[in-house]
Design a protein around this ligand. Sequence first.
Ligand SMILES: *Cc1c(COP(=O)(O)O)cnc(C)c1O
Length: 377
Amino acid sequence: MIPYGRQSISEADIAAVVEVLRSDFLTQGPVVPRFEQAVADYCAAQFGVAVNSGTAALHIACLALGVGPGDWVWTSPISFVASANCALYCGAQVDFVDVEPDTGNLSVAALERKLAAAQDEGTLPKVVIPVHFAGLPCDMQAIHALSQQYGFRIIEDACHALGARYHDAPTGNCRYSDITVFSFHPVKIITTGEGGMAMTNDPQLAKTMRLLRSHGITRNADDFINAPDGPWYYEQQMLGFNYRMTDIQAALGLSQMANLEAWILKRGELARRYFEALAPERLTRYFSPERRSAFHLYVHHVAPEQRAQLFSQLRDLGIGANVHYLPIYKQPWYQRWAPGPLPHAEQFYAGAITLPLFPGLTPQQQAQIYDVLSPTL
Ligand SMILES: *Cc1c(COP(=O)(O)O)cnc(C)c1O
């Protein structure tokens, strides 16, 4: 089976992990801060806080921004459920903003309309979480301008978008957001097995997220609230979690960073071939000087009534097609909050079919995929 996405693991990656296994630290030790620094340097962000999943990063990002009961968090319905679950973990309420019909990214026009209505009703969001779907950055300048006007905070869900660029600067630099979150799940751009990271330029947010990832405990004497009663003293100052990344994971991530730029270029090349063969009219949207997609996914659109049959045809040939995503508000868990159907999200989902895309995919494998889809063009 050609999967829709898969990790690339080199001998250097394996050696880096083995080195940690032979060292004194298995859980969070000296490699975690090195990995955090490597990602922060790549993204031109001040701080990176490594945790054990992208979901954990979204959770502590919401908490650090003060999300709690009575607050609203808005996100995109065309995303993995974790983009919305993080708000529910904090006791907040979730609502969804419709997407752009062509990219599946949060629509600025829809956001603007929804904010104006929410202002009248007194239900403005505390946080908006735009998702860089498939790796293409959202229109962050416009979303940031709306945040200034309406007073909400921004978490970029960049779980698809490590390596993306927006206006010639790396996604993750938080120029237009408070916090940006990455995932290192094996199908994502680089992997640590499981893992995630929250980027920020705000020292206070970084400090709070570091506390939250490790039980709310600090051992830093400068930060103590009470007087220490001995050199063993530490303090729990808030209700945190065990969301720590291990040095084993960080070593893999740090080693993977060496390939990041090459992988993004390779993904871009493979995606360009797909567009040229299957959807040339969409090329300019995805290859512009303004934005570089990280091309986590290649989502093709077919006539909705043909999708199930094409999906099965691909699967029967050992081609691991997939679908990203059923709008989150259609999940049974979310139906209790169900907003009215969002027309562009529904339309985007109806014909979407994800084709395999990862650095190890070959042109021969791509050609096999065109053979199935070309007759439908
Ligand atoms: C993968 C993903 C997450 C969650 O990341 P994990 O590391 O699997 O917890 C969140 N949001 C989006 C958009 C994702 O694709």
